[in-house]
Every structure is written in structure tokens, then in C-alpha cells.
Design a binder for this molecule. Structure first.
Ligand code: GDP
Length: 297
């Protein structure tokens, strides 16, 4: 496998937090992600995000950035973790204030806790007559999760993903949490990161959305991702704009891989194209052997 060289502390620069939205079905995960994507809430750079590439970045008024994994639900989160990918820095857990703390809410909480990822609760649907945010907070307290309103340390904010009420403040709390984490990366090295999704496009070939987590990816780099490899021919951001390089915490879709890697696969940039191809081929062979073995048993 590939060794990843540790960065010297002086090479590290602050990077944007990477945020996953989780919660029970119908509690408003998709609505929240859509609202944030469409409004780009704070920067007023309204709209603009035209592509669903599985992740997107927003810029706040003061220039701070947040990167969202645009795949709501903890299936994606656990699938990625099962492949060894640690992508998420902060989890927003959405709870509908007109409902209870449901099984999938509890699951999401325990997934975040198991991964050591701080939680910010979004108590959603407060525009509804039947909403009772206090009941939710009380429920959380009885699970030993004390939110700030209840004298605890866990951030939470009442929101409506429908009207947008409270969403800006929620994101400010996410950024506060991020500040405590002091998230850093080294932009001046070959890129590494994780595959978010990939598919075959009839016209363009294999399109892979990847999240650069360290280093900077540039056009012409040789990428190894799971069992796939290739030279980056083109990169696009979530606005469909062609870009030449992408630094830490930037989601981009790339063209040029010889296949579709799986969500959660790591990617690396190698200096040597041949080496990238060899490792990819070796991994494919291992995978084939493994599937033959499981078929026999
Ligand atoms: P998900 O399954 O968690 O992704 O939930 P969705 O985002 O699909 O929302 C489920 C339903 O709740 C949809 O009909 C939404 O329009 C509605 N919904 C989501 N957020 C709000 C909100 O803040 N207020 C109201 N009134 N409805 C909401």
C-alpha cells in the first residue's frame, strides 16, 4: 500500500470543516441540505450550485467555508467508515420538533459518537404549530445529551429547513465547533482524500467526485483510487466550473480515471503513472480472488 508522509506542523494551514447531515427519515435532512445549497445561506452568492456531485462547499459572509457531504443519512457515513474512510469532522443531526427522538436518530448519535465526531443538533420544523423543541431537548437530556439551553456543552439550534429560519445561526455554531477542532492540512503536497461517488457518464466517461483532504490536486496528476487509476484530464467544482487545482476540503468531480472507484475509497496522487497502474491492477486481482473465495464458501 501507499505510505502517507506526515506533515511538519509549520506546513499546516487551517482548512474548512467537512460536515455530514444525519437523522431519522423525513426529519428534514434533504430539505436542510437543499436549503443550504440553494441559498448558499450566508455569502448571499445565492444559487449557483448546479451540480449534484455528492458534496458541496459554501462560503460565509466573513469568508469562512464549510464543506457538506450531500449524501444525507448515515448509510453513506457508515459505508465510508466501513471502508476505513474518516471524512466527517462534524455531524449535524436533524431532529423534527413535531416528532420524537426516533430509532434512526439514536443510531445517528451513536455512529457519530463511535467515530468521535462532535454533534450539532438541528431541531427542525419549528415553523409548525405542532413543533415542541423543548420536548426534544428534554428527550436528549434523558439520554445524557445536554444541549446548551439545558446547561450542557452540546450545540443545538432551532431551525426550519422550509423557511430557512435559524439555518445561518446553525452554521455559525458548526463553525464554532470547527474552530475548537483546529482542522488543518498541508496544501503544498500531493493530494490525498476520499472518493464520494463515481459513475459512468455516456458522453464524458468515468466521473468521480472526490474530496481532497490533504494536499492540492492538479490537472495532469496521476491518481490512484481503489482499483482505478488515471491522469486527471479535467476538474469541475459544484458549480460546473472548470478548475485547475483543488486544495484541502474541496469537493470536485474529476475526469480521467479508467473506472468508477467506490464511495469511501482513498485516493492518492503518485509521481509515477506506471506505479499507479500496477497498484490498481494488483488491487483488482486481490478483489477478484477474494470474491472467488467468498463464492466458494
Ligand atoms: P429526510 O428524509 O430527512 O431527508 O427529510 P426531507 O427533507 O425529505 O423532509 C421530509 C418532509 O418534511 C418533506 O415533506 C419536507 O418538505 C418536510 N420538511 C422538512 N423540513 C421542514 C421544515 O422545517 N418545516 C416543515 N413544515 N416541513 C419540513
Amino acid at each position: 500500500s501507499i505510505e502517507e508522509v506526515e506533515d511538519a506542523p509549520e506546513d499546516l494551514k487551517l482548512r474548512a470543516p467537512i460536515v455530514t447531515v444525519m437523522g431519522h427519515v423525513d426529519h428534514g435532512k434533504t430539505s436542510l441540505l437543499d436549503y443550504i445549497r440553494e441559498e448558499n445561506v450566508i455569502a448571499g452568492e445565492s444559487g449557483g450550485i448546479t451540480q449534484h456531485i455528492g458534496a458541496y462547499g459554501v462560503t460565509l459572509e466573513d469568508g469562512q467555508k464549510i464543506t457538506f457531504l450531500d449524501t444525507p443519512g448515515h448509510e453513506a457515513f457508515t459505508a465510508m467508515r466501513a471502508r476505513g474512510a474518516q471524512v466527517t469532522d462534524i455531524a449535524i443531526i436533524v431532529i423534527a420538533a413535531d416528532d420524537d427522538i426516533m430509532p434512526q436518530t439514536k443510531e445517528a448519535i451513536s455512529h457519530a459518537q463511535a467515530a468521535g465526531v462532535p454533534i450539532v443538533f438541528a431541531i427542525n420544523k419549528v415553523d409548525k404549530q405542532t413543533a415542541n423543541p423543548d420536548k426534544i431537548k428534554e428527550g436528549l437530556a434523558s439520554m445524557n445529551l445536554l444541549v446548551e439551553d439545558w446547561g450542557g456543552k452540546i450545540q443545538s439550534h432551532d431551525i426550519s429547513a422550509k423557511t430557512g429560519q435559524g439555518v445561518k445561526e446553525l452554521l455559525e455554531k458548526v463553525l464554532l465547533e470547527a474552530e475548537l477542532l483546529e482542522l488543518k492540512a498541508n496544501p503544498d503536497r500531493l493530494a490525498t482524500g476520499t472518493v464520494v461517488e463515481a459513475f459512468l457518464d455516456k458522453g464524458r466517461g468515468y466521473v468521480s467526485t472526490i474530496l481532497v483532504q490533504n494536499g492540492t490536486l492538479e490537472i495532469g496528476d496521476y491518481v490512484l483510487a481503489g482499483t482505478c487509476s488515471g491522469k486527471v484530464k479535467a476538474m469541475q467544482d459544484e458549480r460546473g466550473k472548470n478548475i485547475k487545482k483543488a486544495g484541502p476540503a474541496t469537493p470536485i468531480s474529476i475526469l480521467g480515471l479508467d473506472g468508477a472507484p467506490q464511495a469511501g475509497d482513498r485516493f492518492n496522487v503518485l509521481e509515477d503513472e506506471r506505479e499507479a497502474k500496477q497498484i490498481a491492477a494488483k488491487r483488482s486481482q486481490l478483489q477478484r480472488e477474494q470474491s472467488v473465495r467468498t463464492q466458494r464458501h
